[in-house]
Structures are given as C-alpha cells and as structure tokens.
Design a protein around this ligand. Structure first.
Ligand code: DQA
Length: 149
C-alpha cells in the first residue's frame, strides 16, 4: 500500500487546549485517529508524526524520499519561516499537500506567506481536522493518477 507521511510542526501537540476558538477541540491524537480511519478506507498506510524541532522535521522529510509516496504537512509556525523545510520538501521529490486547521488568510498578515506553498501541489486551510481528511482524499487521487500515467 502507498505510504503517506503526515507531518505536524511546532505546538500542534497542544491541540485541544491550544486556542480552541481558533484550532478547535480535537487533540492531535483525535486527528490521527480520524486520519487512520480515512486512510484505511483509501487503502493508504500513514505515518503520523509531530515535532517541535525544525531539524527533526527536515530529517524525517529527507528519509521520506526513500520510504513514502506522498507528504501531507501542517508546518505550523515553520510555514512562514523555514527555508530548510522548503528545501527538504523539494529534495524529497514527492507530492506535497499543505494543511492548516485555521484559515490563515483571515488572520495576521505574517501568517499569510508560506514557503511550503512554493512546493505544495495544493493547500487546504480553514476546515479544521477535516482538512487532513480532504488532503488524504486528494493524495490518494494524485497517487492513482501517477500510477495510471
Ligand atoms: C496553523 C497556522 C499557523 O499560522 C500557526 O503558526 C500554527 C497552526 C494551522 O493549522 O492553522 O501553529 O498551521
């Protein structure tokens, strides 16, 4: 089965208690459970991870080059700052979908520039946990198209 790396950046381990008016009440564990159910239905394997450390995320993306078929990433605050993540995502040479729980375009202007978007096939924001599930749907389709090509 195709393997999808689902990466979560800093502070997303605090979902559930972190600004629930913006990020909702789901914990990251709840989101992982929903992703597992969805992935099973789509015949995808997922590797769901979170880190507060930029370098760790970079290393995981580098490793994914040889082990994964696609990357879904909520880079959190590294979205706006990390050229290192952008470079890692480029070298991974895998389809990338960027997800944000909140609608970053309705928020502070500094949240509206994303380095990761430069490499992402698509971006989903503002739909909460459902964004991850939509990203899995889209990733399944991208992988199918690649296999059929
Ligand atoms: C976020 C939006 C980012 O601006 C913020 O730094 C996060 C979470 C989101 O999921 O809405 O940590 O990526």
């Amino acid at each position: 089965m195709p393997e999808i790396l689902i990466l979560n950046g800093p502070n997303l381990n605090m979902l559930g208690v972190r600004e629930p008016a913006i990020y909702g009440r789901d914990t990251l564990g709840d989101i992982e459970d929903k992703c597992r159910t969805k992935a099973q239905a789509l015949n995808l394997d997922i590797d769901f991870r979170q880190s507060n450390h930029e370098g760790e995320l970079v290393t995981w993306i580098q490793e994914a080059r040889d082990t994964a078929d696609g990357i879904i990433i909520n880079p959190a605050a590294y979205t706006m700052t990390s050229i290192a993540l952008l470079d890692a995502l480029k070298l991974a040479e895998l389809p990338v979908i960027e997800v944000h729980l909140s609608n970053i375009h309705q928020r502070e202007t500094f949240r509206q520039h994303s380095y990761v978007s430069l490499v992402a096939v698509g971006v989903i924001c503002g739909l909460g946990a459902q964004g991850y599930l939509l990203a899995l749907d889209a990733m399944a389709e991208l992988i199918k198209r690649k296999a059929d090509a």
